[in-house]
Design a protein around this ligand. Structure first.
Ligand SMILES: NC(=O)c1ccc[n+]([C@@H]2O[C@H](COP(=O)([O-])OP(=O)(O)OC[C@H]3O[C@@H](n4cnc5c(N)ncnc54)[C@H](OP(=O)(O)O)[C@@H]3O)[C@@H](O)[C@H]2O)c1
Length: 296
């Protein structure tokens, strides 16, 4: 099976790059191999590779920068997925794509979102990602959209790395405690994606795209449990500095203004994912311990 991966240098993409070779020949692309702002290059690459599976882990993820960079965010998050989906349809390939909890507003919310809840994003990033999801849905391609949130890694640009870096620069940290979500290790997402691909390959339907017949759609995929950014920071610090934890203070979102409005509550129910594929990601605290103990 030929597989085309985008975003090979990103948090999720680099983890996928490690596990995908067990399923077939992987053509892994980053910005230099296939620029997601260039529709012709996308079409040409897909037609050359002729994949049975396209995994789009590439995205414009600079949430605050997107507020003043709409066109670029839209090109990568909305138009590129549309073209990938059109090409997937023509090739008879399955498209796996990732979306975000920031497609939900999170206002007045106290129970986890399910896939049937209407997305009403507050930010440009969330809006362009939602457009991408809608474009895929309308394309007629076989697809799986995995909507995740609060993704972190031990080596990429992420909240975990930022907190650990700040402890070297500051005596005390201030982190918001009025936004709630589920911190999700990028490796947990890659493992779950691999388990789903394996599960689909065991179905005797001839092709991956046929194997999703009747289950093509969007699924929430996050680690279990919920916390605030402050709670997440506290867990990182307790595990990293068990003897002398740096001082950590809780602040409100108002005290830490950002260009993009974040959802105050964006916990995602994973029930549909578990029922459809029998796949459950670990609790966020368990995954965090594994990530911090991990050296590769
Ligand atoms: N991070 C989160 O908290 C989060 C939360 C929910 C959902 N998601 C979704 O999960 C997916 C993966 O996110 P991630 O955290 O792994 O993101 P990431 O680490 O920012 O990786 C995204 C990758 O996309 C690449 N990219 C950006 N613009 C490109 C372009 N024009 N052409 C080709 N490649 C381009 C980047 O390349 P460079 O390395 O060259 O910049 C980067 O390697 C995305 O769909 C994202 O929306 C992420």
């Amino acid at each position: 099976m030929r597989i085309l991966l985008t975003g090979k240098n990103g948090q999720i993409g680099s983890e996928l790059h490690k596990i995908l070779p067990q399923f077939g020949d992987v053509t892994a692309t980053g910005r230099t191999e296939m620029d997601l702002t260039d529709p012709n290059q996308i079409r040409l690459t897909v037609r050359q590779v002729k994949p049975a599976l396209i995994i789009n882990a590439g995205a414009y993820t600079a949430v605050d920068k997107a507020e003043s960079d709409f066109e670029l965010a839209q090109a990568v998050n909305s138009i590129a997925p549309k073209i990938l989906a059109e090409e997937a349809k023509d090739e008879g390939a399955l498209l796996i794509h990732y979306s975000t909890d920031y497609t939900y507003s999170g206002e007045m919310r106290q129970r986890p979102y399910s896939e049937s809840d209407s997305p009403t994003p507050n930010s440009t990033y969330g809006k362009t990602k939602l457009e991408g999801d809608n474009n895929i849905e309308k394309s007629g391609a076989s697809y799986l959209i995995f909507k995740t949130g609060w993704v972190y890694s031990s080596n990429g640009k992420s909240f975990l790395r930022t907190i650990l870096q700040l402890t070297k620069e500051k005596n005390e940290l201030r982190v918001v405690n009025d936004q709630t979500g589920s911190p999700t290790w990028c490796r947990s997402i890659a493992i779950a994606t691999g388990d789903i691909i394996r599960n689909l390959l065991t179905k005797k339907n001839g092709s991956l795209s046929k194997a999703v017949s009747g289950i093509s759609g969007a699924y929430h995929m996050t680690c279990q449990g919920e916390t605030s950014w402050h709670g997440f920071a506290q867990a990182i610090l307790e595990l990293t500095y068990p003897e002398n934890m740096p001082k950590l203070f809780a602040i409100s979102t108002k005290e830490y203004p950002t260009a993009a409005i974040r959802p105050p509550y964006s916990v995602l129910s994973n029930t549909k994912l578990q029922k459809t594929f029998g796949v459950k990601l670990p609790h966020w605290e368990h995954a965090l311990k594994q990530c911090l103990n991990n050296t590769s």
